[in-house]
Design a protein around this ligand. Structure first.
Ligand SMILES: Cc1ncc(COP(=O)(O)O)c(C=O)c1O
Length: 385
C-alpha cells in the first residue's frame, strides 16, 4: 500500500487531481476565451488541500487564485505558490504592508479601510486592490456611488495603490428564479459605470453564475464548488451545461470484525440492539474527523455493498452492520465509488440536511489527504506528521 508509513490510522481522504483539472478545463471551454478563471481555494480549497488544488487549477488554465483571509494567502505563498492571490474577505488595514510585500491583492470594502491603510502603508510599497461592491449580499462591500467614487479617488491619488479589479457577489445565483440576481447585476453595472476608469479585472460570477448567466461574466469569474466537481445547488444541478466530476472521496479500513448475537448492544447509550445474529465492523473514524453523530444510519460501502452505521458515532470510531463476515483491513468507502456503487457528497449533504459545500470542509485536518493522478499517488498531506 502506497499510504503505509505516511499515516498510521487507516482513515484517509483522496483527491482526484485529474478531476480537478478536467472540471477547470470543462468550465473554461464553456466560457469565452478572454474570460479569466479565478480559482477559489479558500478554506483549504473547500477541504481538498490549498496548494495542491491551486497548482492543478493553474495548470488547467486558471490565472488567479482567491482565498477568504490573508492567512490563507500567506499559507499559499509559504507553499511556493507565486500566482496572483486575491483575498476576498476583510483584512486588517494594519496588515497591508505584509500583503504588499507578498504580492497579495486585498479587497477594499469601505472608504474608512482605505484611509487607515494609506496611513500605515510604507512609502515604497505597491499594493494591488479590488473594490468589492455590495449589490445585495449584505456581507461586506461598498454600497453607494458616493463611497465608490471616494474610494476610487483615494486609490488613484496614491501612487502606492493600484486599482486592479472590482467585483460583487450574488446571493441567489444558484436559484432558478433570477429576479434578485438580475437586480444585483443591474446595480453592479450601474455602480461600475460611475467609475472614471474600469480597472483591468471586473468580476461578479461564482460557479453558478459563471455556468448559468452569460451576461454576468465580465472579464473574469470566481469558481469554487464546480471546480471540485459539485453542483452549486440541487435546484440547478439538472441544468448545468458542463459535466462535473467529484474530486473528493473518503475511505477507512475495518479494524475489528465480530459477530453479535440477537439482543447484544452497540456504542454509547447502548441504543442499538442486534435484531438477530449480525456481523459488525468497527471503523476508525468518528465525529472528531468531521464524521458527525448526525451521520448515524448513513450507509458506507464495503465490497460494493451498502452497510449502515449502527449505534452512536464516537469521537474516533463508529460501527457498521456488515452484509456478511469480511476480513479486518477491508476498505470501507464513506464517500466515493466502490465496485459500481457510489456514495456522493450530495448524499451525505442530504443526510446532514445541509449543502454539499459543507461536507468536504467539515472533514477535519486530522484526516490525511492523498492526491492521485492517473490513479497514482502524487502527493500526501498529513497535518499531524
Ligand atoms: C466572494 C466569493 N466569490 C466566489 C465564491 C465561490 O463560490 P462557488 O463555490 O459557489 O463557486 C465564494 C464562495 O463562497 C465567495 O465567497
Amino acid at each position: 500500500m502506497e499510504e503505509q508509513g505516511f499515516f498510521y490510522r487507516d482513515t484517509w481522504a483522496e483527491v482526484d487531481m485529474d478531476h480537478i483539472g478536467a472540471n477547470v478545463e470543462a468550465i473554461r471551454c464553456h466560457l469565452p476565451e478572454d474570460v479569466e478563471f479565478i480559482a477559489v481555494v479558500k478554506a483549504n480549497a473547500y477541504g481538498h488541500g490549498d496548494s495542491q488544488v491551486a497548482e492543478a487549477a493553474l495548470k488547467a488554465g486558471a490565472s488567479m487564485l482567491a482565498v477568504a483571509f490573508m492567512d490563507e494567502a500567506l499559507a499559499l505563498r509559504k507553499k511556493g505558490i507565486t500566482a496572483s492571490v486575491l483575498v476576498l474577505g476583510a483584512s486588517r488595514p494594519e496588515d497591508v504592508n505584509i500583503a504588499a510585500e507578498e504580492g497579495i491583492i486585498l479587497t477594499v470594502f469601505q472608504e474608512d479601510w482605505l484611509v487607515k491603510a494609506r496611513e500605515v502603508l510604507k512609502a515604497d510599497a505597491l499594493l494591488l486592490l479590488h473594490i468589492k461592491i455590495d449589490t445585495g449580499m449584505g456581507r461586506i462591500g461598498i454600497r453607494t456611488v458616493r463611497e465608490l467614487k471616494a474610494a476610487e479617488q483615494l486609490i488613484n491619488e496614491d501612487e502606492r495603490l493600484q486599482l486592479h479589479g472590482i467585483y460583487t457577489h450574488y446571493a441567489t445565483a444558484d436559484e432558478r428564479d433570477d429576479t434578485y440576481f438580475t437586480k444585483q447585476l443591474a446595480l453592479f453595472k450601474e455602480m461600475i459605470g460611475a467609475l472614471d476608469k474600469l480597472p483591468p479585472v471586473v468580476h461578479s460570477s461564482n460557479s453558478a453564475a459563471a455556468l448559468m448567466h452569460a451576461d454576468a461574466r465580465f472579464n473574469a469569474v470566481r469558481v469554487g464548488i464546480a471546480m471540485y466537481g459539485l453542483a452549486p445547488s440541487m435546484e440547478i444541478a439538472p441544468e448545468l451545461p458542463v459535466e462535473l466530476k467529484e474530486a473528493f472521496s473518503l475511505h477507512s479500513r475495518l479494524v475489528h470484525v465480530k459477530k453479535l448475537e440477537k439482543g447484544e448492544k452497540v456504542s454509547y447509550g447502548a441504543t442499538y440492539e442486534a435484531p438477530e445474529e449480525i456481523w459488525v465492523g468497527t471503523l476508525p473514524i468518528g465525529y472528531a474527523d468531521g464524521w458527525i453523530r448526525k451521520l448515524q444510519g448513513q450507509e458506507v460501502l464495503v465490497d460494493g455493498k451498502r452497510s449502515p452505521i449502527i449505534g452512536r458515532i464516537c469521537m474516533d470510531q463508529c460501527m457498521i452492520r456488515l452484509p456478511q463476515e469480511v476480513p479486518v483491513g477491508t476498505i470501507a468507502t464513506l464517500i466515493g465509488h466502490q465496485d459500481g456503487e457510489t456514495i456522493s457528497i450530495n448524499e451525505i449533504a442530504k443526510k446532514l440536511e445541509t449543502i454539499n459545500y459543507e461536507v468536504p470542509c467539515i472533514i477535519s485536518s486530522r484526516v490525511p489527504r492523498l492526491y492521485r493522478q492517473d490513479g497514482e499517488v502524487v502527493g500526501l498531506n498529513n497535518s499531524l506528521l
